[in-house]
Ligand binder design. Structure first.
Ligand code: NAD
Length: 330
């Protein structure tokens, strides 16, 4: 690929997409963004298409000069009421986009899938590697698996070499100690967690969380019903951007599927006391109904084949999150 060729980044206003756009522009590459929302990026080598992925006219415009496509945009929701929108954005949107990409003969495709294509919390074995059976347990995970199938279909039929990246859970470091963060708020803070569980209709969890609520904000150490602390990967957006750019440019990545994320999962029992100390918030330990969150995912394949090396450990992320927390409080 020449430096002059344009790279289409979908989800260009999102957490990951916006940073990918900036990194590509900084490297002197021409970029098109495609999102519902503007990314707020002004640059002579950047053009932007605003619209829905399943809107054929918008998709046609977005891919019109794309030599390569990083399909990073998607709708993420676990609310039962969001099913129609989820499948329209992630499945129909991906189909329409790839059909148009095939028409203009885009030469390279990278797709943001998710660890939710596995049954992360009820795995056949751990660590989860790329050969683990794909058995999503959420409609969102199902849309990502269908997206993977669409990607491989267009790769087979349109000569568009593709790389599938199964993303770890991803956060900007500053989000980790931000109760307003879409993910870290309900993951770590009591009041956002109560609101989230109310939205899911999990009445038993809501009752348990409310028992612990004395009206003051608190952090929550979530455990399952047997008292096993939650454990999952949380990867810094900057490390995800590194992996996406490797997948775009590395010869060996075409046709491959990789887990992309931090090497080590976060053990909530080890992490939460330090987070409570940094914030000065009380820490509540709550045993939630069900199996809970507990997995470990291997990133060995992408490290070995592409030389991927994540740099932002959870401890480094928390240091940055603490600075952002202090700044918000001052
Ligand atoms: P994000 O929500 O910050 O960004 C997604 C972007 O896609 C948003 O700007 C949104 O406006 C856009 N979008 C959504 N539906 C659209 C539609 N129908 N048409 C046009 N634009 C649309 O998400 P992110 O954290 O940057 O995630 C990037 C990718 O990684 C997504 O594909 C997501 O599914 C995947 N992923 C994310 C995580 C995570 O923890 N953040 C984990 C696994 C996989």
């Amino acid at each position: 690929m020449t430096a002059a060729a344009r790279i289409l980044v979908t989800g260009s206003a999102g957490r990951v997409g916006s940073k990918v756009v900036r990194r590509l522009l900084d490297a002197g590459r021409a970029v098109a963004g495609f999102d519902l929302r503007p990314a707020g990026i002004e640059h002579p080598a950047y053009r932007e298409v605003l619209g829905r992925f399943d809107d054929r006219t918008a998709a046609m415009d977005a891919v019109s000069d794309a030599d390569a496509i990083l399909h990073l945009g998607a709708f993420m929701s676990w609310l039962p009421t969001d099913g129609d929108r989820l499948f329209r954005a992630n499945v129909e949107g991906t189909r329409v986009l790839l059909e148009e990409a095939a028409r203009v003969k885009s030469r390279r495709l990278v797709f943001a899938s998710s660890g939710e294509v596995y049954p992360e919390n009820v795995p056949d074995y751990l660590p989860l590697d790329e050969d683990h059976p794909l058995k999503p347990r959420s409609p969102y995970g199902l849309t990502k698996l269908l997206g993977e199938e669409l990607v491989r279909f267009f790769e087979r039929t349109s000569d568009m070499p593709a790389t599938i990246l199964r993303f770890s859970h991803t956060q900007d470091a500053a989000e980790l100690l931000d109760p307003e963060s879409v993910f870290s708020g309900p993951r770590f803070f009591l009041h956002p967690k109560i609101r989230q569980q109310e939205g899911f209709g999990n009445t038993a969890a809501v009752a348990l969380l409310k028992q612990a609520d004395d009206g003051r904000e608190a952090l929550v150490l979530s455990r399952n019903e047997s008292g096993r602390p939650f454990q999952m990967h949380i990867t810094d957006t900057r490390d995800m951007v590194d992996g996406i750019l490797l997948a775009l440019d590395h010869q060996a990545a075409a046709g491959r599927t990789y887990n992309l994320g931090a090497a080590e999962p976060v053990d909530f029992a080890a992490a939460l006391p330090g987070m409570a100390e940094l914030t000065g918030l009380p820490l509540k330990t709550i045993d939630l109904p069900g199996n809970g969150v507990f997995y470990r995912t291997s990133n060995a394949r992408i490290r070995t084949e592409l030389g991927y090396e994540p740099r932002w450990t959870f401890d480094r992320m928390i240091e940055e999150a603490a600075q952002a927390w202090a700044k918000r409080r001052s």
